[in-house]
Design a protein around this ligand. Structure first.
Ligand code: GAL
Length: 668
């Protein structure tokens, strides 16, 4: 399946259906798009009420015109299916299409993303409109990609979903209630189930203490979105087999297992809205880099798309500060550096009314092309044209951070230790950040992804192990891999049953050469001291109390009743090394530890560029991107001669990178 992209896509959500009574505005859109060097428009995302104003009555004339106009002006179309919001007539006639909340009450018509993914009526309606779109536009030369629905999310608790969930459980547990009871440890509190009908979705007024049920529900919710998506794409695949399909994901939204869902799309895409309000810029840039690398890793390093980003400001935060000028282009460059083949915006033109009328857009209500935002977007477009050759380039990490969606859910469900601070995502970013700062390309993977291609695998807070993971970690280390685990490692299995026989579970005791006997939780503001490599660090929130059964001790706790017991260990196992970091650190240890890891294990950086804190660099294809997320202008020392892509000059030695700025370099 081709991605259809041999250049960088510069575009975004375009909603001409909102402007049908203002033809002069639609005409002006094309002129402005060309001026801003927009080469793609994503149309139709929420257009259902215009496409099918009455049941069975379809109106495509306006969309025909939009397609033709864009095509004649060299602008590609990414066509969306409209299932993210439905017309009022449909909700009125078929209430079952609407979602039922955990309370058991069915929602009324309104907002968006408010559908039941199981409803046969809704599925049929969606299939029909998708089929008609594919029939009508499948061979239009402007059509380059399908954008299915919009940000699938949420869950439905209606009777149809309950019945589907029970069927899902029957399949998982081989139609055997005894197996389910055992797997869920239902003897506890007399919860044994004797009839499948006794089971329903977890809810606060019912069962929400059985973590295995909650994990199963999470998995079912993912599967129900996937199955809804598969229903959507069936006619599209049949009629337009050569046009790639994507659906836009949202950052680390763990209510849907994107690591699983991504296997079903041709191109991964996601919507990027970092909150650059002048505080913690470096931290937010690291989180964004992490997300880019996570989405890139889902397809083994293949390019992804940044399907949405704001060209200026959002409207959904308590206070919506305008990011500093330059932030939009820096955000665009960061996306490209990490593997995106697109820079796309929400949205092209600011809506005149509706919930998002004050959300930033490329074209403001003023309709002018001399605004700061318009100028910045145009400059981004110009730069992206110069970066054309990077399109399609894949990158692979030297190391991997395991940030697993199912583990994230398991971590959020259990009761014990520190019930206030779970922070799974933050923990993963904490261990990703040192590599990002050092210019080492890191992948962000699921626990069932292949470890063997990495110099090192870091698995923070990997509490639940899916079947086979224990064996794969053992094999990876035995064959020469470097594996880093932290506290609360390998505690439960796929059904969240605690592993018997001591931790870390099973064979991993030998691999790591430690036994984790107890876990202490520290209230906010109370810390223990933990050492590594002769330096003391702050331990916070969670500390495993471990002893070595063979591992070398790299540091010990310096306080608490476990003072003198190991805080960091490394074990030689087979040809590899297994590290155990027993405590949660505040980020300082992670930086020192990873720097040592890079040195000890000869992990290669993207380039030999020397940059101060706050400036990061990343290689992709023949390009190296230097980005300054620090506070001031920075001096950077290059390792060789490059071409500066912006002005095509040759640069070497020391260069200056402006605060909130970047330099795109091409290897000569
Ligand atoms: C996205 C969504 C868009 C728009 C945008 C505003 O999550 O997909 O439709 O609402 O947020 O920031």
């Amino acid at each position: 399946m081709k991605t259809g992209v041999d250049h960088i896509i510069h575009g975004g959500d375009y909603n001409p259906d909102q402007w049908l009574k203002y033809p002069e505005i639609i005409d002006d859109d094309v002129r402005l798009m060309k001026k801003a060097r927009i080469n793609s428009a994503t149309v139709g995302i929420f257009s259902w009420s215009v496409l099918e104003p009455e049941e069975g009555v379809y109106e495509f004339g306006w969309l025909d015109e939009v397609f033709d106009k864009l095509y004649e002006n060299g602008i590609d179309v990414i066509l969306a299916t409209p299932s993210g919001a439905r017309p009022a007539w449909m909700a009125q006639k078929y209430p079952e299409v609407l979602r039922v909340e955990e309370s058991g009450i069915r929602n009324e018509f309104g907002v968006r993303h408010n559908h039941c993914p199981t409803s046969p009526v809704y599925r049929e309606k969606v299939r029909e409109i998708d089929r008609r779109l594919a029939e009508r536009y499948g061979s239009h030369p402007a059509l380059k990609m399908w954008h299915i629905s919009n940000e699938y999310s949420g869950e439905c608790h209606c009777e149809l979903c309950q019945a589907a969930f029970r069927e899902w459980l029957k399949e998982r547990y081989h139609n055997d209630l005894e197996e389910l009871n055992d797997s869920w440890w239902n003897g506890f509190w007399s919860h044994r189930i004797t009839d499948w009908e006794q089971i329903s979705s977890p809810k606060y007024r019912g069962e929400d203490h059985v973590t295995a049920l909650k994990l199963c529900w999470d998995r079912f919710v993912t599967d129900s979105h996937i199955s809804f998506y598969e229903n959507e794409i069936a006619p599209i695949r049949e009629l337009t087999p050569g046009i790639p399909i994507t659906t836009n994901f949202m950052r680390f939204y763990d209510r849907i297992d994107y690591q699983k869902f991504s296997k079903k799309v041709d191109v991964v895409s996601w919507d990027n809205y970092p909150c650059y309000d002048g505080t913690d810029t470096l931290k937010k840039a690291a989180e964004t880099a992490f997300s880019h690398d996570m989405f890139r890793s889902m397809k083994g390093g293949k390019p992804f798309l940044m399907m949405e980003s704001t060209p200026s400001v959002v409207n959904h935060r308590p206070v919506n500060r305008i990011p500093a000028p330059g932030t939009q282009t820096l955000t665009a460059v960061q996306a490209i550096a990490h593997g995106s083949d697109s820079v796309q915006y929400f949205q092209w033109r600011k809506s005149r009314g509706g919930h998002e009328k004050l959300h930033g857009a490329v074209v403001d209500h003023s309709g002018r092309d001399d605004t700061r935002v318009f100028r910045e977007v145009s400059a981004t477009g110009e730069l992206l044209e110069k970066l054309k050759d990077v399109a399609g380039a894949r990158s692979r990490g030297r190391v991997a951070i395991v940030c697993d969606f199912e583990n994230s859910r398991a971590v959020s469900h259990f009761c014990g230790y520190n019930n206030v601070r779970r922070d799974y995502l933050d923990e993963c970013v904490k261990w990703y950040r040192p590599f990002w700062l050092s210019g080492v390309c890191a992948d962000v993977i699921a626990m069932d992804d292949d470890f063997t291609q990495y110099d090192a695998v870091i698995a923070p807070f990997l509490y639940m192990l899916k079947n086979g993971t224990e064996e794969r970690i053992e094999q990876y280390v035995r064959n020469g891999g470097v594996f880093v685990a932290t506290y609360l490692f390998a505690v439960t299995d796929e059904d969240d049953l605690c592993r018997l026989g001591g931790l870390p579970a099973g064979k991993l005791k030998d691999v790591f050469g430690v036994i984790a006997e107890e876990t202490d939780a520290l209230p906010e503001g109370i810390n223990e001291i933990a050492a590594f490599d002769g330096k003391e660090y702050k331990a916070e929130h969670v500390c495993d109390v471990i002893r070595s059964t063979g591992a070398a001790v790299l540091g010990e706790y310096g306080s608490g009743f476990y003072a003198g017991q190991p805080s960091v260990t490394v074990n030689s196992y087979g040809k590899g090394k297994a590290y155990y970091v027993a405590f949660r650190n505040d980020g300082e240890l992670a930086v020192d530890f990873c720097r040592r890891l890079i040195k000890t294990h000869g992990i290669k950086k993207d380039a030999g560029i020397a940059a101060p804190d706050g400036v990061v660099f990343r290689k992709r294809g023949d390009f190296v991107f230097v980005m300054n997320f620090g506070d001031g202008d920075a001096a950077v020392t290059l390792d060789r001669e490059y071409q500066n892509v912006s002005d095509r000059t040759t640069v070497r030695g020391d260069i200056s990178v402006k605060a909130n700025g970047f330099v795109c370099l091409k290897t000569l």
